[in-house]
Design a protein around this ligand. Structure first.
Ligand code: B12
Length: 214
């Protein structure tokens, strides 16, 4: 296996170089790199740097957008590769997942979704900007084992709390395990809102989910 330059992959995301990222990701895969490693050490590292720079006012929104486009282009090649790694063929559980209303960040959620399904979970992805009622309606309809709520902003993680409260009010709380995630979420918040699980990355999400279903 040839050595993969993860640093270069990060840099291409930071530069927002969509064309170059596609070929670089394809090359990395052909060289035998693990798709998740390409994400963790390369693409996600790059987009987080972009976010930090944007947060500090060092770059403009256009550059944040270009970085996100580059990351997305890379993920379009990686997500099918993650699927190919299907580790377990038997169904291990069902998941309904989505990004909460007011929030359109989905790069991380899509990675979690891809890995869940690669590990034998049956996943229904409701997409982004999902109204609270839609989550509740889908829970009633599909009765999944796990509800996954992604939120990336301090202004939208409150929806995770609201949804859990609605579950309590409607008597559905003990029928489903609620997992939350996204960069603005931390262990303290998870405890505070009474979610069942939290994960900082897709790998942990799968491990926690399997734990919750034991
Ligand atoms: C990319 C990005 C965008 C892209 C999103 C593209 C897309 N399709 O997703 C674009 C450019 C569109 C965007 C827009 C905006 N963004 Co933005 N964005 C980011 C950025 C740089 C990276 C997010 C990302 O994709 N990370 C990479 C992935 C792999 O990581 P992740 O999302 O954290 O996901 C992992 C884990 O969290 C976990 N996980 C995620 N979801 C779930 C769910 C479950 C159930 C579980 C278990 C685990 C889990 O597993 C994932 C895989 O490892 C962040 C910075 C940051 N540090 O997060 C800012 C950031 C989130 N954005 C921010 C802001 C302010 C905005 C805008 C308001 C900007 C504007 N002025 O318009 C808009 C908001 C639009 C909206 N209404 O949602 C702020 C939020 C500030 C805050 N604390 O509230 C941040 C933190 C940047 C900053 N430093 O200011 N953004």
């Amino acid at each position: 296996m040839m050595s993969v330059n993860f640093e270069e992959l990060s840099k291409l995301v930071i530069d927002g170089d969509t064309d170059a990222i596609k070929s670089a990701v394809k090359n990395a895969i052909n060289d035998g790199a693990d798709p998740l490693e390409i994400v963790d050490k390369g693409l996600a590292k790059g987009i987080r740097t972009v976010g930090e720079k944007y947060g500090k006012g060092e770059i403009f929104l256009t550059e944040l957008l270009m970085g996100a486009e580059a990351m997305k282009a890379g993920m379009e090649i990686i997500n099918p590769e993650i699927q190919k790694q299907k580790k377990e063929l038997k169904k291990v559980g069902t998941v309904v997942i989505g990004t909460v209303s007011g929030d359109i960040h989905d790069l991380g959620k899509n990675i979690v979704t891809a890995l869940f399904s690669a590990h034998g979970f049956d996943v229904t992805d409701l997409g982004v900007d999902v109204p609270n009622e839609k989550f509740i309606d889908k829970l009633k309809e599909l009765k999944p084992d796990i509800l996954g709520l992604s939120a990336l902003m301090t202004s939208t993680i409150t929806k995770q709390r609201d949804i859990i409260n609605t579950l309590k009010e409607t008597g559905l709380r003990d029928k489903v395990k609620v997992m939350v995630g996204g960069a603005a979420v931390n262990e303290d918040f998870v405890r505070e809102i009474g979610a069942d699980g939290y994960a900082e990355n897709a790998n942990d999400a799968v491990i926690k989910a399997k734990d919750l279903l034991k």
